[in-house]
Each structure stands twice: as C-alpha cells, then as structure tokens.
Design a protein around this ligand. Structure first.
Ligand code: ATP
Length: 243
C-alpha cells in the first residue's frame, strides 16, 4: 500500500522553465524512501509540489498526478495538506530565530488540539533531549545541528503521516548527521510516519532507506531498495565517489 503516488509530474517555474519532466515515484506506507540526485536535478521542487509549496515560488504543476492515500492532492494548498498529514521540513531549516525552542514547537502544533501540546512536546523532547535542555532559549542562538533537530521536532508536533525532509544533513558535522538520521529512523518506526527524504549525502540517505530513487534532470533514472542501490556500481561511481 502506498501513502504517496506521484505520476508523470511536470512542473514549470515562471511559466517557462520545465523542471520536472514526467517524474513518477511511490512511497510505501511506513517506509523511508530516499530521493537522490545532483544539484539542480529537481529534488526540492518534487517535495514542494507534494507539500503544495510551489505556488509561493512561481512554480506550477502543469501535468501529472499526486495521490496521497489514493486521493488527488495536486491543487491542494499547504495548509490543507498539513491538516491531512503532509508536512515538509524545508532545506535550510527555516526555524523562527526570534522565538524560543518551545515557541517554535507551538508553531508546529497549530493544527493540533491545544490540550495535546504538552504530551506532543514531551514526545519531541524524548527524541531530542537537547531541545528540552534549551526549551527557553532563542532558537536563533542554537547550533546548526540543534536548529535542524528543532525543525524536525516542530514537524513532529504537527503529527504528520507523510514527512518530507529536504537535506537534513546540509552543513552538519558527520557525527551529528548520524545522530539526526538515527532519530529520523526512530521517529519513522515509533510514530509510523512515512518519510520521503531528499539527500545529497547519498551514503547516509541510502543506508537509512527502504527504497531509493535517483533523479537526473527532472526524471527518475534508477530505483531500487536501499541496499541494492548502495551496492550498484553506477551509484557507487557517480554518487558515492567509489569509481
Ligand atoms: P539542490 O540539490 O541544489 O537543492 P534540487 O535537485 O533540489 O537541487 P531544485 O531546487 O528542485 O533542485 O531546482 C531544480 C531547478 O529548478 C534548478 O534549475 C533551479 O534553478 C530551478 N528552480 C528552483 N526553484 C526555482 C524558482 N523558485 N524559480 C525559478 N527556478 C527555480
């Protein structure tokens, strides 16, 4: 059973530039699915099409279909998608720097009943104890890794069913990347949330993945389960630097 089915998706920016050229991919319910590709391949665009965030950037889906739990969502706005369980953590974290950690979590929880806040925040603090220690601190003063934790924690507050993560490893030290991926795996298993992960760090992205897709120039060019892709000689040469 797929939580997400993207079929033959085409996306245009500013009415002229065709960036996605018939992209198709599936995310199996409960899985971690990773989307890899070079800079500019269209990975972020794919996530924004799914979460409804394209419109804010002059982007438009011109053809194709996005089925979430079997229902077409291509014309849905981001708020409706968040309410139905689709939540994107944008590249570069985008936390509210002038708010405290806990206030940021409150923002993530705006679609959820108020009475659930304490329970859900405690859940986030269990995944990320460091956020608990810093709950009253302004988010802008936290390290890059802590801010990424907060961005993911804020997403957990929305109780997502499909979590879209755009390059959570960007700019982080290797040890922190490992820690964050481990926690993403834990969230996936514990919350039963399906994850579509975009990564530049191919090795990390594939080692956590149940299934992986590789895109080039707006289309999927290869797919397979995470382990098979990690062992594929072409993937090793072009994405893992082992050629
Ligand atoms: P990266 O790994 O560098 O983030 P990506 O695979 O996520 O790359 P996208 O960010 O989806 O790629 O960009 C795909 C193409 O679309 C690029 O050529 C980019 O310049 C273009 N693009 C992205 N956003 C916009 C926008 N708002 N307006 C116009 N063109 C855009």
């Amino acid at each position: 059973m797929n939580v997400l089915q993207v079929m033959n998706l085409e996306v245009v920016y500013n009415d002229v530039v065709l960036v996605l050229k018939g992209l198709s991919l599936d995310v199996a319910k409960g899985s971690i699915t990773t989307l890899l590709g070079a800079n500019g391949a269209g990975k972020s665009t794919t996530l924004k099409a799914i979460s409804g965030l394209l419109a804010g950037e002059n982007g438009k889906v011109t053809s194709g279909s996005i089925l979430y739990n079997g229902a077409e969502t291509v014309r849905h706005n981001p708020e409706k998608l968040v309410r139905s369980g689709v939540f994107q953590v944008m590249e570069g974290r985008r936390i509210f720097e002038d708010l405290t950690v806990e206030e940021n979590l409150r923002c993530g929880a705006y679609t959820q009943p108020r009475k659930d806040f304490a329970h859900n925040a405690e859940k986030v603090y269990t995944y990320f104890p460091r956020l608990k220690e810093r709950r009253t601190q302004l988010a802008g003063y936290m390290s890059g890794g802590e801010q990424q934790m907060l961005a993911i924690g804020r997403a957990v507050m929305a109780c997502p069913k499909l979590l879209l993560l755009d390059e959570p490893s960007l700019g982080l030290a290797p040890l922190l990347v490992e820690e964050i991926f481990e926690i993403v795996g834990k969230i996936n298993r514990t919350e039963g949330v399906s994850v579509l992960l975009v990564e530049q760090n191919a090795r990390m992205g594939l080692s956590i993945a149940d299934y992986g897709y590789i895109m080039e120039n707006g289309r999927i060019v290869m797919d397979g389960n995470g382990k098979d892709l990690l062992n594929n000689p072409d993937v090793q040469e072009f994405y893992l630097g082992l050629g």
